[in-house]
Design a protein around this ligand. Sequence first.
Ligand SMILES: [Zn+2]
Length: 236
Amino acid sequence: MAKKKVAIFAGHGTSQNGTWDSGCTYGKYTEAALVAKIAASCVQYLKVSGVDVVTDAPANKINMVKQVARSNSESVKLHVAFHCDYSKAPKGTIPLYISERGSRLAKLMNKYVLKYSSLTTRGVAKRTDLYELKYTNAPAVIFEVGSIKQDLKTMLKEYDAIGFGAAIGILEYLGVESRPKQYKLLAALDAVEHKVISQHYKYKNSANLNKKTINCAEYISWGLRKIGILAKGHSI
Ligand SMILES: [Zn+2]
């Protein structure tokens, strides 16, 4: 069966004339950077579940008009753009949609973002005036993660959980089986892979070759310890 293809974009980053677009800001923090991390996490979980993803995360270098054009030319099944609200906005998510199917997607994403992170919600909302929602052929959601001021700490600390929850909602919408624990494990292994391999390489080239090598079990144990399934100091 062909892979299902979706579009997951980070809001702002690049404006239509190619200049930097930070989105809203609070102190040194920018909407563009905060949501890029969340979008990247969401993309990672979708990919390990076998979904094809069109994205600009984490670089955040495709402007909104081009994002919509990409989604339409690639005939994606759904289009999601992550944004956050300005500093005077109250706390909580507001996923925005325009169509019936968009509403279902917004509700599912919100359900699991609330389940897996400590964000609160202001509920989903229909908006008929937003470019991305109006001109994307596929069901579209602008996922407003929260207020850049009120929800800053949560966005910084829990970006991975927010992206993960969003991905689980998207998978349910697509009818793709989601296995939260396995995804966490795969993603954690992926994240440490580079570190493990480079360390392994170092050991291989050291004089103590026989004393320090990482075998497969140790590699997996490392991943399990990283995500807290295995206690520190334990191996499988
Ligand atoms: Zn925005």
